[in-house]
Design a binder for this molecule. Structure first.
Ligand SMILES: CC(C)(COP(=O)(O)OP(=O)(O)OC[C@H]1O[C@@H](n2cnc3c(N)ncnc32)[C@H](O)[C@@H]1OP(=O)(O)O)[C@@H](O)C(=O)NCCC(=O)NCCS
Length: 168
């Protein structure tokens, strides 16, 4: 089998990403979230993984607010085609995406996701401990790139996720 390669997503990839995301999650919700993030201007970076000219993976990073503070970055949705999962493609996408966000100057990246996947890339519950969201729990993690603001606060997810701000 040839090697998957990652690259920045372009406009022409959108239908394939919608199809892939719907199949990988087994429901249309995440594909709709991607559409709304794009419509609202909240999608900061999207990358795809390509194998023999086919799009087999996708990752999205979005801007998120921290109430009254410097903003942060969130990761997701992301997915890999069910036919080629557990082949290292998801890892390639996360590694490439984190490098881009690091180079773009992000200080901290949040994710709400699988505890068997994201810790492999430095995401920990501890790094997210000082931040408040109703989604808080074992799946709410962060990866900090550098010490500095924001260090704490109430997170404001983009409208596409429909997540309320944690009460005081
Ligand atoms: C999560 C997902 C993106 C992982 O992509 P992938 O290409 O299969 O991941 P990789 O092959 O790079 O696997 C990375 C590690 O996770 C492990 N892993 C992958 N799928 C797993 C599973 N279902 N259960 C437990 N571990 C799993 C791999 O064994 C590998 O471990 P290793 O580094 O110790 O060898 C993919 O399973 C997916 O698209 N799932 C459906 C959508 C989804 O849940 N998206 C994430 C939302 S948070």
């Amino acid at each position: 089998m040839s090697e998957a390669r990652t690259r920045i997503m372009i406009e022409a990839d959108k239908p394939a990403v919608q199809d892939l995301t719907t199949r990988a999650f087994g429901q249309p919700d995440e594909a709709r979230i991607i559409q709304q993030l794009e419509r609202d201007g909240d999608a900061d970076l999207q990358m795809v993984a390509e194998l023999d000219g086919q799009i087999v993976g996708h990752i999205l990073f979005y801007g998120m607010g921290v109430f009254g503070k410097v903003s942060a970055v969130g990761l997701g949705p992301m997915c890999v085609d069910p036919w080629v999962q557990k082949e290292g493609i998801g890892s390639k996408l996360v590694t490439a995406g984190l490098k881009e966000m690091h180079d773009m100057g992000a200080s901290i990246i949040f994710v709400v996701g699988h505890d068997w996947f994201y810790p492999k890339f430095g995401f920990t519950v501890e790094a997210a401990a000082e931040f408040e969201t109703p989604l808080k729990g074992p799946h709410f993690m962060a990866r900090r790139f550098r010490f500095g603001p924001p260090m704490s606060g109430r997170l404001i997810f983009p409208d596409a996720f429909g997540v309320p701000i944690a009460p005081l």
